[in-house]
Write a protein of this length. Structure first.
Length: 175
């Protein structure tokens, strides 16, 4: 029995159509990782880096579009009202230095569930997919923490972006 619970509260036809497009993209990721595994490759060895590159590219475009690296700008350009409806998000905090959003539904997880993925596969695919969000955060001079995750059996995903202090980057450089 799966521990992953992921059912949408809002089911209007437009939201379902948008979610279906996101599910299709998530299905691609699953198939790419599955084919890699069949060939003896660990999807984490390349998938995470590839998806992070995508996030860095998208993040760079979002910073240019919003003309700011404020996390308020990230909310405005990426976490729009439409996105909030699709993922059933609650914006908990939005400042220049912090952005906290709770997601109550994930179309990517739904795609992996439909594909028959195990809980372990869903968690791995989510980790790979989240590398894009980490890359986006990096473009905003921030780190992303994920204290709760639907793909790992939690009731929601809690995305917590926070600006990196100079002390944080110095500590990483010294390590």
């Amino acid at each position: 029995m799966s521990k992953v619970k992921n059912e949408p509260k809002y089911k209007n036809p437009l939201l379902q159509a948008i979610r279906a497009q996101l599910e299709h993209r998530a299905f691609w990721l699953y198939l790419l990782c599955d084919e890699a595994s069949k060939r003896g490759l660990d999807p984490r060895d390349f998938g995470s880096a590839a998806v992070k590159r995508c996030g860095l590219s998208q993040g760079s475009d979002l910073v240019k579009k919003g003309k700011t690296d404020s996390l308020k700008g990230l909310k405005k350009t990426l976490f729009t009202k439409a996105a909030q409806l699709v993922f059933e998000m609650d914006v908990k905090e939005s400042t220049d230095d912090k952005l906290s959003i709770d997601f109550h539904y994930c179309p990517l997880v739904k795609a992996w569930q439909k594909a028959g993925c195990s809980d372990e596969e869903i968690a791995m695919l989510c980790d790979i997919a989240m590398c894009g969000d980490h890359g986006i955060g990096e473009c905003y001079g921030s780190v992303l923490e994920l204290p709760k995750c639907i793909a790992k059996g939690d009731d929601m995903c809690c995305l917590r972006y926070r600006k990196v202090n100079k002390e944080d980057t110095q500590e990483k450089t010294e390590e």
